[in-house]
Design a protein around this ligand. Structure first.
Ligand code: HEC
Length: 127
């Protein structure tokens, strides 16, 4: 009996061991909880991030689809849009600050570490 439970235990941790970046994996799971919960990102970006949330239809531009992973703002002017820094700035400050639409609200109330988790999560939505 003891060896059976030992094997079950090993099997349950195996997926974690295979992941090269277990930290990023944990972040993405935490990010999903924030996305679905306090972030309410899905109301606009859709439950699976396809830009098709219930509030999205009336918006122009429509909320970004995370499944194509095409981000447009280069908030720090480093020549590359959609870096982690850019996404952090957009989620924290909203896109109007960077010349975009006021319909992407800034969420300065969400802690930076939680925004990092959100970023890890939305990157997993890219198809
Ligand atoms: C009220 C609707 C709404 C909510 C809620 C919302 N967004 Fe957005 N989001 C938008 C819209 C609209 C855009 C497109 C803005 C633009 O192009 O200027 C956008 C764009 C973005 C982008 C794209 C930035 C880029 O460089 O292309 C990211 C990333 C993003 N949102 C993340 C989030 C996250 C994470 C949340 C939850 C904390 C969230 N959004 C909540 C409407 C929303």
């Amino acid at each position: 009996m003891k060896s059976v439970s030992m094997i079950l235990r090993l099997l349950s941790v195996a997926p974690l061991l295979i992941f090269t970046a277990p930290g990023a994996f944990a972040d993405a799971a935490a990010g999903k909880a924030i996305y679905d919960g306090v972030g309410a990102c899905g109301s606009c970006h859709g439950p699976t991030g396809q830009g098709d949330g219930p509030a999205a239809m009336a918006m122009n531009p429509i909320p970004r689809s995370f499944s194509d992973g095409a981000f447009i703002y280069d908030t720090d002017g480093d020549g590359t849009a959609g870096t982690d820094t850019d996404l952090m700035n957009i989620i924290k400050n909203g896109s109007a600050k960077y010349g975009g639409a006021p319909t992407m609200p800034g969420r300065a109330d969400i802690a930076d570490s939680d925004i990092q988790a959100l970023i890890a999560y939305i990157r997993t939505l890219k198809k």
